[in-house]
Structure formats: structure tokens, C-alpha cells
Design a binder for this molecule. Structure first.
Ligand code: TRP
Length: 334
């Protein structure tokens, strides 16, 4: 395999306000990676419409995700931030991948099975071919590294399979095998109400998640009401693993403070939950407060945000269009 230039690609869906899980599991890592790699970050609106979306809400979510990226420190001047549907190369490459990928592969995707449930005949075709579009997102930039939450690992495996089958089918060495980058103490932030469920924007309880736009009071209240028990905080990682809610709070604090799980546990072992919760509320307010204010500022200047998107589109196309042209030649379109 030839040596590909190292490049990071990742995407976030514009469906509702981003929460702590998106921040610690994704965006915070995006920011760290900027020092080491050329990075391309995408608001994946085409993935969002694989399930029904209200058009007005979709538009405002796209702008809100962009503002959140920037407020969290994504460097839009030196890196690339843009909107998926503005760069047609994604859908064009996705069509070719629809013809490379196999129905059997897609049928094995656990996220599709979970989302379709018993309704398999009645969900959109888009939901099924979602991973092919994701492969196109990544490979339109010949990206080598993809920061994702661990729920996306299987989709990334599929991207690797598609890249390899394309290379084999056409006898070329054209697409890299993109590597997942999964790290941090809190790549999986769980619900504050149920430590066995992922923190999610679709959870019925608002208390289950901390939003990037939550006021300091809201953050404090949500942590006070976070589920816990009447025991003291365990003193070993083994015992901690048996207490999903406590593990989650310890992980969130570790990620927020950039320290190891062991170190955080040492600090709180044998103490009451309320002490941990107070400390966590305090550090979240410290980290998220300035982000919330910056999001508000940015959203007051939508013209500027639209300009940033337009520049991002241009920079993204500079990379993706020549790659797509090569693909068109390889498959015989040109
Ligand atoms: N499927 C990803 C998610 O829901 C979002 C996504 C779309 C993505 N395209 C991508 C992530 C490409 C990484 C690379 O989280």
C-alpha cells in the first residue's frame, strides 16, 4: 500500500443541541488533533435526513453545530469546517460506494438493526445505506484517521472494507484504510439518569444530559439530581465498574480535568457522592460556561457563520473534487 498523507476526517450530525457526550467524546478530541494533523470536520446534514427532520429545525441545528465547533476551539481558519450537502462529491462518491458495498455487509450493522427495530420494511433506504455515505465522507478526502465514538467503530470497519474492495475490484491502490481514533476516559458519556444508557439528545428526560447551551444553574441542578445511591464512592476500579452511575461521573470528571480515571478515583474513594457531584458541577461550569457564551455571541452574527461555511466548502472541494475526478476515471466514467 502506498503512503498516504495523514489527514483527519470526522462528522457530527446536526440534530438538536449538542451535549456533553458530543463534547467529551468528539469535539474535544477534534480540537486536540488539530495540533498534529490536517483536519476536516463536517456537519453531516445528509446523514441527519435518513430519519425525518423538520426543515427549519435542521437549518438552525446546522448553524448551531458550526457555532459549537468554533466555540469549543475548532480552528476554522487553519483547518476545514463545512457542511456535507454543500460539497456534492460526498453524494457522488456515495453512489459509487452503493455499488461497491454489499447488502450483506449493511445487514450486519448493529446501528441499523437497532434503529430499524421491527420496522425494517418501513425505514428509509437512506438509513440502510448510511454507512456507505459515511465511507464516502471519509474517503473523498483519502482521510487516514477518523476520531469517532465507539458506537461508530463498526461503520468505520465498513469504510475500510469498501476502500479495500474498491482497490481490489479496480486493481488500484487508491484509497487508504482509515484508522479509528478512539480515546479519552469518557469516549462514552452515559445518561445522568441511567448509567447503562448513552447520553442522548433523544432521551425523554432533560435531566439525563448536560447541553452545551445549559446555564450554570441548569448544570448544577442536573448534577444534583444525577442518579446515585446511598453508598460511599468505591475505592477500586473493579468495584467502580459495578456501579454504572458512579463510573460515569468519575469518567466525566476525569475527561473534563484531563486526568486519568485512577487519579480521580483516588481523590474521591470513600467519600460521599455529593462531594463528587459538587466538584463535577464546578468543573463543568468552568469549562462549559465560556463555551456557552461564545456560542451565543456567534449565533448573533449569522452572516459571519454563513461566510465561514462558504470558505469551508471551497477548501473542502479543493481536496475532494480532484479525488472524485480520479475515481470517475478509475470506474470508467471518463
Ligand atoms: N455516523 C457518525 C455519527 O453519527 C457521523 C458521521 C457521518 C461521521 N460521517 C462521518 C463520523 C464520517 C466520522 C466520519 O456519529
Amino acid at each position: 500500500m502506498r503512503k498516504f498523507q495523514q489527514r483527519v476526517f470526522s462528522g457530527v450530525q446536526p440534530t438538536g443541541t449538542l451535549h456533553l457526550g458530543n463534547y467529551l467524546g468528539a469535539i474535544k478530541n477534534f480540537v486536540d488533533l488539530q495540533n498534529k494533523f490536517e483536519c476536516v470536520y463536517c456537519v453531516v446534514d445528509q446523514h441527519a435526513i435518513t430519519v425525518d427532520q423538520d426543515p427549519h429545525k435542521l437549518r438552525s441545528s446546522i448553524i448551531e453545530v458550526l457555532a459549537s465547533f468554533i466555540a469549543c476551539g475548532v480552528d476554522y481558519k487553519n483547518q476545514i469546517i463545512f457542511q456535507q450537502s454543500s460539497v456534492p462529491a460526498h453524494s457522488q462518491l456515495a453512489w459509487i460506494f452503493n455499488c461497491v458495498s454489499r447488502i450483506g455487509w449493511l445487514n450486519r450493522m448493529t446501528q441499523f438493526k437497532d434503529k430499524a427495530g421491527k420496522n425494517k420494511e418501513n425505514v428509509s433506504v437512506g438509513l440502510m445505506v448510511y454507512p456507505n455515505l459515511m465511507a464516502a465522507d471519509i474517503l473523498a478526502y483519502q482521510a487516514t484517521h477518523v476520531p469517532v465514538g465507539d458506537d461508530q467503530k463498526q461503520h468505520l470497519e465498513l469504510s475500510r472494507d469498501i476502500a479495500q474492495k474498491f482497490n481490489n475490484d479496480f486493481g488500484v491502490d487508491f484509497f487508504p484504510q482509515p484508522e479509528p481514533l478512539i480515546y479519552g476516559e469518557a469516549t462514552r458519556v452515559m445518561s445522568l439518569r441511567d448509567g447503562t444508557k448513552k447520553m442522548s439528545k433523544s432521551d425523554a428526560s432533560e435531566l439525563s444530559r448536560v447541553l452545551l447551551t445549559d446555564s450554570n444553574d441548569a448544570i448544577a441542578t442536573k448534577l444534583k439530581k444525577a442518579k446515585s445511591d446511598s453508598d460511599l464512592i468505591p475505592d477500586s476500579v473493579e468495584l467502580l465498574k459495578e456501579k454504572a452511575e458512579c463510573l460515569n461521573l468519575i469518567n466525566i470528571l476525569s475527561a473534563t480535568m484531563n486526568q486519568s480515571q485512577e487519579k480521580t478515583l483516588q481523590e474521591f474513594a470513600g467519600r460521599e457522592y455529593s462531594i463528587l457531584k459538587n466538584k463535577l458541577a464546578e468543573s463543568l461550569i468552568e469549562v462549559l460556561g465560556p463555551i456557552r457564551e461564545e456560542i451565543e455571541n456567534l449565533l448573533n452574527n449569522k452572516d459571519e457563520l454563513n461566510k465561514i461555511l462558504a470558505i469551508g466548502t471551497e477548501k473542502a472541494e479543493e481536496i475532494a473534487n480532484p479525488i472524485l475526478r480520479e475515481v470517475y476515471k478509475i470506474v470508467g466514467f471518463r
